[in-house]
Write a protein that binds this ligand. Structure first.
Ligand code: 13P
Ligand code: SF4
Length: 354
């Protein structure tokens, strides 16, 4: 349980015993009981960079979801091991694009005669297979904090972009940051023949958006924005770009988890904020900034935690650290070499974005 002092003491003891051998990364959506043991916290971009910059540690314990641990494995050296405290901590969005579906999509684009001018841009929230596909076809990875730069880069390399797997981040970035119109975007549905699109529609589109979404962020609605503005006059609405386009359009500010934290740090005392992102982070920020007189509420009280992020809890962390301290290497995430090499290409293009 969150405040079980016995578990806290055990986690602390195991971590102390491991010393420099272990480095714990914590995504902002993790529970407080886990975050207290993180050596570094961050959004998925920051954590990927931090994992790459930690050559000393033998074990990287990744408190986050599977695709983040895979990315860390790809970016760390071969003798470092990345450990995910619960192997069932996946991401429903990442699962919405499989290697087979994406290969089939590429065939459809080839048939339509456009594959050589399409540059794939894949959101970090994707499997290593999808990242490898992206690297192989000259594309880059992006996160919610560099999507604009990634898309700008991609449109310098080719005329069209295939954006995987989050339609909302793709659409929001294209429209809000690159000034495209909604008509420049088409939605590729992997469950329909030819993605549900004609060859002409594919040729005319600037952005081909994969039909994936986040099951948590997808639940915020324009209605929740309207409701909170009515309930809290003068409130600033700040949402993550995984929210639907109309929600983002109705909000005052949009950004990654790291952006959200910085915005609240800079906010004046007395200001009021409604935040549309994962609940663990919103609760932590509300508690942190309440003493400074900043009022922070969750954008929609009917939306719940990311259930897979929440799978990493204190009992799993204790089990992980104690196992490692006893020389028992459990839950190691290892991407096969061929996949890792192509995925690394795509990740390094992201890390090198101007
Ligand atoms: P960030 O890159 O903003 O940390 O988001 C990751 C994520 O999973 C959002 O749902
Ligand atoms: Fe995946 Fe959404 Fe959870 Fe992020 S919040 S890990 S995108 S399901």
């Amino acid at each position: 349980s969150p405040s079980d002092p016995d578990l806290v003491a055990r986690a602390r003891a195991a971590k102390e015993k491991l010393g420099e051998k272990v480095f714990v990364l914590g995504h902002h959506y993790q529970r407080d009981e886990v975050i207290q043991f993180a050596d570094v916290t961050g959004d998925s971009f920051k954590l990927a960079k931090d994992a790459a910059a930690r050559p000393a540690a033998e074990y990287i314990v990744f408190c986050g979801v599977h695709f983040m641990a895979e990315s860390a494995d790809i970016l760390t050296t071969d003798d470092q091991k990345v450990v995910l405290p619960d192997l069932a901590a996946g991401c429903s969005m990442a699962d919405m694009a499989t290697a087979e579906q994406v290969a089939e999509c590429w065939d459809v684009l080839t048939e339509a005669g456009i594959a050589d001018r399409v540059v794939p841009v894949s959101y970090m929230n994707s499997s290593a297979d999808i990242k490898a596909f992206t690297g192989k076809h000259g594309g880059t990875i992006c996160t919610s904090s560099n999507a604009e730069r990634a898309l700008t880069w991609a449109f310098e390399q080719g005329e069209q972009v295939l954006f995987l797997p989050d339609q909302h981040l793709g659409r929001n970035t294209a429209v809000r940051d690159l000034g495209m119109s909604l008509d420049d975007c088409v939605l590729y549905n992997p469950h329909k023949p030819n993605g549900g699109l004609t060859a002409q529609q594919l040729r005319d589109a600037k952005m081909i958006l994969w039909r994936g979404h986040c099951s948590v962020h997808g639940r915020f609605s324009v209605e929740s924005v309207r409701e909170v503005r009515e309930r809290i006059p003068g409130v600033n609405v700040l949402v993550h770009p995984e929210c639907k386009h109309e929600v983002v359009a109705a909000a005052d500010y949009v950004g990654s988890t790291e952006y959200i934290i910085k915005a609240l740090e800079a906010a004046p005392a007395g200001s009021k904020w409604a935040i549309g992102t994962e609940l663990n982070l919103v609760q932590r920020l509300a508690n942190r900034f309440a003493p400074e007189g900043k009022e922070i509420v969750f954008l929609d009280r009917t939306v719940c935690f990311c259930s897979t992020m929440n799978r990493i809890d204190l009992p799993h962390l204790v089990w992980t650290l104690e196992s490692l301290a006893e020389g028992n290497e459990i839950n190691v995430i290892e991407v096969d070499k061929e996949t890792a090499d192509f995925a690394q290409l795509a990740l390094e293009r992201m890390l090198a974005l101007p």
